[in-house]
Write a protein that binds this ligand. Structure first.
Ligand SMILES: [Cu+2]
Length: 501
């Protein structure tokens, strides 16, 4: 198909009798519905999306509706800097364009040190304006951004890149193809193939009772951000595309990934999860976005707290998962603790002597009790109060993306207990732990504080059942790369702790 026949094909979609052309109404206002790419409506949206992306890629970078501008709103190309790119694109002849670029480029929250609570609302506003621009460019007022439902229980969809992103030679869909992605992603195999655990599982974040982090327990926003969100980036991409912050927004896949992240938030709200009060200062911070035709839009984060308020909804939301046994106890314990006004009461019980320097093979770190920790049969497993035990790994840093997940296993130090599913803790990734030197930040501010925490009560109980006496005085944490890691990345985890909360 030539570009002309492609356009007429896409135009032809307007004639199709679409369920989506009948907008839903709520509270008197028209609601636009975002669809699963795997649905018939989602597939039609994908045709419009592919057409618009092709056109955006031909627009000059000084056009706020261009592909490059939209990518740069997230983060400027990692091989250069924002200032150099503004000089290149605008010089001194276009002060208005330059000023809008200055306000909008590199504003992604929170992958370079900002308040981690900003992650969900900033990305919601970002893809909302992106969707409006795509709608304008494709010329279909009914366009809505479809979402990639990688956590679907359907094995044909779960972790499988939609076909439209894997058609390099197709006249319409080639605009959505990026050849540097991971081979599983681009060959249509589940991206979680050969990974231990279940990287597509979102039970833990969906059961969170708080939006914000409490003590050492991640809230919903942080759990989604560093969990499923980061895992999808790492498992689909490499350090030249989805797998690294400065390039991720260049891949059209980015936006359908973030539509699904946005759907998780809307689902968590629908299942009873409550957003922070708008009296919290961070919720009132404003960010600027380019709207249709380069209009300047300034929005407070709190204006993105409700999708119905923003005029859209999802075709299907994610139901609240059933609570696994330990999680339900943990939730009840936390609720009881919160009622007693002590929800953040956390106690450090053990830590590692130094940083764990990760690489291409398994790396082990030893956790030893801190002064004052009660001696128990398994370090950190103390049934004397109702609290749970969390493994906290924090202050991650990497020089470039290792391009793999690292899988964590907690065992007694004797080595008699192997790395079995019973002692599997979960996966970490370094997506938001790469230092991006854009010339205006120090490394500590650029990185901020990143951390993962895992409820390891169940693992410690399994260790207790093994009867290994070596677990009383120490524990061993193994970091196993989930594939062939990039040897030059040199990722490290500076702090490893065992905390009771
Ligand atoms: Cu992202």
């Amino acid at each position: 198909m030539s570009s002309i026949s492609r356009r007429s094909f896409v135009k032809g979609l307007a004639a199709l009798p679409l369920a989506m052309s009948i907008p839903r109404r709520a509270m008197g206002a028209t609601l636009r519905i975002r669809y699963d790419i795997a649905s018939p409506e989602g597939a039609q949206m994908m045709a419009l999306y592919a057409d618009a992306v092709a056109r955006m890629k031909t627009m000059g970078p000084d056009n706020p509706m261009s592909w490059m501008w939209q990518w740069y709103t997230h983060f400027v190309n990692g091989t250069t800097s924002k200032t150099a790119e503004m000089d290149r694109v605008f010089g001194t002849t276009n002060p208005t364009g330059r000023s809008l670029a200055d306000e909008t480029w590199n504003t992604c929250q929170s992958h370079s040190g900002q308040n981690s609570n900003n992650f969900l609302p900033w990305h919601r506003l970002y893809i909302y304006y992106f969707e409006r621009i795509v709608r304008e460019i494709c010329g279909h007022p009914e366009f809505t951004l479809p979402y990639w439902n990688y956590t679907s229980s359907d094995p044909a969809q779960r972790g499988v890149l939609p076909i439209q992103f894997r058609m390099p030679d197709d006249p319409l869909y080639s605009s959505l193809y990026v050849d540097t992605r991971g081979s599983l992603a681009n060959s249509g195999q589940p991206i979680q193939t050969s990974q231990p655990g279940d990287p597509m599982d979102i039970t833990d974040p969906m059961l969170k009772t708080s939006y914000s982090t409490v003590g050492s327990v991640q809230g919903f926003c942080r759990a989604v951000d560093s969990g499923i969100h980061g895992r999808i980036h790492v498992l689909t991409g490499t350090s030249k595309d989805m797998g690294a912050v400065p390039y991720a927004g260049q891949d059209p896949l980015f936006f359908v990934h973030h539509a699904n992240i946005d759907r998780m938030w809307a689902s968590w709200n629908k299942n009873g999860g409550r957003n922070p009060s708008t009296t919290e200062t961070w919720t009132q911070r404003s960010f600027v976005f380019a709207d249709v035709n380069g209009a300047r839009a300034s929005r407070k984060l709190s204006t993105g707290f409700s999708i119905l308020g923003m005029g859209y909804d999802y075709d299907v939301k994610i139901p609240k998962p059933a609570a696994p046994e330990t999680t339900s106890t943990s939730t009840m314990t936390m609720m009881a603790a919160a009622a007693a006004g002590s929800s953040a009461r956390s106690t450090l019980v053990a830590k590692s002597g130094g940083a764990a320097h990760l690489g291409t093979t398994t790396v082990k770190a030893r956790l030893l009790p801190v002064a004052g920790t009660r001696s128990t049969r398994v370090l950190g497993l103390d049934p004397s109060d109702g609290r749970h035990t969390y493994l906290v790994v924090k202050d991650l840093h990497t020089w470039s993306q290792p391009e793999v997940l690292y899988h964590l296993y907690l065992t007694p130090p004797s080595g008699k207990m192997g790395l079995s599913p019973a002692v599997y803790v979960g996966a970490i990734n370094f997506f938001d732990a790469e230092f991006h030197d854009h010339g205006n930040m120090k490394m500590d501010t650029a990185l901020g504080e990143n951390f993962f925490s895992f409820d390891v009560t169940r693992v410690l109980q399994a260790i207790a059942r093994s009867g290994d006496p070596s677990a009383a005085g120490a524990l061993q944490l193994s970091f196993v790369p989930g594939g062939k890691a990039n040897a030059s990345a040199k990722p490290l985890v500076a702090t490893i702790e065992l905390v009771r909360q």
